[in-house]
Ligand binder design. Sequence first.
Ligand code: SF4
Length: 62
Amino acid sequence: MKVWVDDQRCRGHGMCLTLCPDVFSLTDDGYAEAIDAALPTDLEAAAVEAIECCPEQAISEK
Ligand code: SF4
């Protein structure tokens, strides 16, 4: 599983960072980005929760 953040939708609320800090980080511009790698299986549940909880529906599985 890999995830990505649509920077056209992200508004930098930071919910994803709170739920899954090992996958998401904040750029200098104040938007989230996801690690560009397949996620370890033990992080997948938290990543899915971040997808479901993002207020802007900015996170997708790729
Ligand atoms: S929760 Fe969604 S809108 Fe908020 S920082 Fe993460 S990707 Fe961006």
